[in-house]
Design a protein around this ligand. Sequence first.
Ligand SMILES: CC(C)(COP(=O)(O)OP(=O)(O)OC[C@H]1O[C@@H](n2cnc3c(N)ncnc32)[C@H](O)[C@@H]1OP(=O)(O)O)[C@@H](O)C(=O)NCCC(=O)NCCS
Length: 188
Amino acid sequence: MGEVVEGVAVRDARSADLPFIKLMLYEAANRPGEAWPSFEESMEELRNRRFWFNFARDGDIGVVAETAHEPIGAAWIRRFGGEEKGPLDDPDVPVLAIGVVEQWRGRGVGTLLMRSLLDRARRSGVAAIDLTTGAFNEAGVRLYYASGFVDTGRFGDAIRMRARLATLMPATTRPRYRWRARPGRSWR
Ligand SMILES: CC(C)(COP(=O)(O)OP(=O)(O)OC[C@H]1O[C@@H](n2cnc3c(N)ncnc32)[C@H](O)[C@@H]1OP(=O)(O)O)[C@@H](O)C(=O)NCCC(=O)NCCS
């Protein structure tokens, strides 16, 4: 039984969710305001293919948020080794991907997905989760900081972050950390 918030339930992701997982990855992997490659091209880029190929394979942990009618968001983690491993990846530390259908963004679905995913990961004995995001991705950066991720590196406008689950308090007891824009920068 998943958590329910305002008509949205969260459940474990399964192999049959792969088409939706890919749609969410397409949103997560491409930058607003730029020309995007076609969906097929984007999914075949190694940096993206590694996030969906053979989903759900051993070690994958994922969640899907859905209404009574359709899926509206997904978050999942997987480890990368061999040719899938990027220069920043640790084969022992799974990497996160998350996406919410555009019309549903800004309504708490990402927060709900993240909370559910972190709970499942912690219960499965995952010690840490990594991710890479764009510094321009205000919703993502806010969500990650609020979920307990901390910066581990900056590369151009990309931020690498890690959440250490063993030391992370459950979301319900953690004080809210709010990310403030640097002086002179406006976000809205
Ligand atoms: C990033 C994403 C998953 C967040 O999901 P969401 O459902 O919109 O998130 P929530 O509604 O739970 O909000 C999370 C935080 O982002 C903030 N936020 C949401 N939309 C925002 C927006 N358009 N601008 C600024 N902040 C925003 C919220 O205020 C909240 O921060 P707070 O708790 O400090 O107030 C979603 O925006 C998305 O799918 N984006 C496209 C794909 C993507 O970028 N994936 C991540 C790639 S690294």
